[in-house]
Write a protein that binds this ligand. Structure first.
Ligand code: FAD
Length: 417
């Protein structure tokens, strides 16, 4: 019997590939769709998202939260399929009840497995074929359709091929940057931005930070000068090797990685008090007066974690056991300045294995409004394989859903203007 010609072959059973298949089959149940993935099950990375809870979107999809080569096109795409469309699809097509914590949305079960299961059940019920432990190795044009050649030499013919192979981070989940070779012959090298890490830990030029390993502290971190300053808030974590991690670090890491790769040594300023310097100085003065007999680090320990306070005091040349009563107001202001804008020079960053997202991939500007490669109708690139990445908070998965939905709409012929 001759091999079937699928309506759509999707390389990648991650967030974007699964969603594209579900969107196609929800609208056109008669379409023949096959998904190919080297893993033995679908949604391996999706299972890890949101610390296992899957923060799947954000109701405030501001463009400033994304990095891409084509912000105007991204804004248009997010306006066509945004957070409310995702929630609607989750609730009314996949049957996943959702909850929100402020702007952040999760499945009501707070389990990423619920989302993976819902997609899998839906695809199985709609006859989607899944070829696991199989890699897409090459895509070749073949008389108006395409042939996907798999790693084990099989040929899969399809009218449309969707490349949903992700980026380069967490390679143990299967994403190893394959979009580069899969688009060979379809995309000019100039339309590919090299993959780099984002949402990744940063390595400061201070080995002594190891002494704070395990510390978790709410902080505000800034990069750049007043006229062009980026600020991020959230938990800051010190890793066992003295790296800086946590949401506030991740959210600035994309830009810092680009600067470090360009040979620069960016400096970030950490505000450990989440207060203005003047306010912090006043709080310190009040405590020094309340507890004059205590050491300065004990007197101020109700304001900032003591280990962090002692690290900062030592770095700016104060003895931690100095009695609070012997500290002048000017010294308290100096301490407050350091606690509210402590500088760290960044010299490196973590490995792809530890980064949550990739920046780079096929430039958005090289794709049409359905994520199709214009000179090659029927070839689509979606998800993290495209040069779009976001900060923490559901932005990356939203891009996976948006790009998948618009691609699916292109395939089912629901071309929007
Ligand atoms: C620990 C962690 C937590 C995260 N938490 C969140 C969160 O809470 N919210 C959020 O918005 N984002 C989060 N992200 C980011 C989010 O998971 C990704 O942006 C998203 O999964 C990208 O979807 P994708 O489909 O493009 O790629 P992936 O999910 O990486 O899927 C790509 C798939 O393609 C397959 N593949 C690779 N090469 C081939 C090939 N040659 N042939 C066939 N198949 C191939 C892979 O096996 C994989 O299954 C997190 C990421 C990590 C690592």
């Amino acid at each position: 019997m001759a091999n079937p010609v699928y309506d759509c072959a999707i390389a990648g059973a991650g967030a974007s590939g699964l969603f594209a298949a579900a969107r196609i089959l929800a609208a056109r149940p008669s379409m023949r769709v096959v998904i190919i993935d080297p893993n033995s099950r679908c949604g391996k990375k999706l299972m890890l998202t949101g610390a296992g809870r899957c923060n799947f979107t954000n109701s405030n999809l501001d463009l400033a939260s994304y990095n891409t080569d084509d912000p105007a096109k991204l804004a248009h795409m997010l306006s066509q399929f945004g957070a409310s469309d995702t929630i609607d699809f989750f609730e009314n097509v996949l049957g996943v009840l959702t909850v929100n914590k402020g702007e952040l949305y999760y499945p009501a079960t707070l389990r990423a497995g619920t989302v993976v299961d819902a997609l899998r059940y839906f695809l199985e019920e709609h006859g989607c074929e899944m070829l696991f432990e199989t890699k897409a190795d090459k895509i070749l044009p073949d008389n108006g359709i395409y042939k996907v050649i798999t790693g084990d030499g099989r040929e899969i013919s399809a009218s449309n091929v969707v490349i949903a192979t992700g980026g380069i981070t967490y390679p143990k989940t299967g994403s190893t940057g394959d979009v580069k070779h899969l688009t060979e012959g379809f995309i000019d090298n100039r339309d590919l931005t090299d993959f780099k890490c984002s949402l990744v830990l940063l390595i400061p030029d201070d080995p002594s930070l190891k002494s704070l390993a395990g510390v978790r502290i709410p902080a505000t971190v800034s990069l750049g000068t007043e006229d062009r300053k980026k600020v991020a808030c959230g938990e800051l974590q010190i890793t066992k090797d003295g790296g800086l991690s946590g949401i506030c670090i991740f959210d600035l890491s994309g830009e810092i990685v680009r600067l470090v790769d360009a040979g620069r040594t960016p400096v970030i300023h950490v505000n450990f008090c989440n207060a203005e310097p003047g306010e912090c100085c006043l709080m310190a003065a009040v405590r020094a007066k309340m507890f004059p007999e205590r050491s300065i680090s004990a007197a101020l320990s109700g304001m900032v974690q003591r280990t962090v306070l002692e690290y900062v005091l030592k770095k700016i040349g104060y003895k931690c056991n100095l009695p609070a009563k012997d500290i002048f107001y000017n010294d308290l202001c100096r301490i407050a300045d350091a606690l509210t804008a402590f500088p760290f020079t960044i010299t490196g960053y973590g490995k792809p294995a530890d980064a949550q997202v990739s920046q780079g991939g096929v430039n958005l500007s090289a794709l049409d409004g359905h994520l199709q490669i214009p000179p090659h109708p029927g070839i689509y690139v979606i998800g993290e394989a495209v040069n779009v990445d976001g900060i923490c908070g559901g932005y990356n998965l939203q891009w996976a859903w948006t790009s998948a939905a618009l691609c699916a709409d292109g395939i089912i012929g629901d071309i929007r203007s």
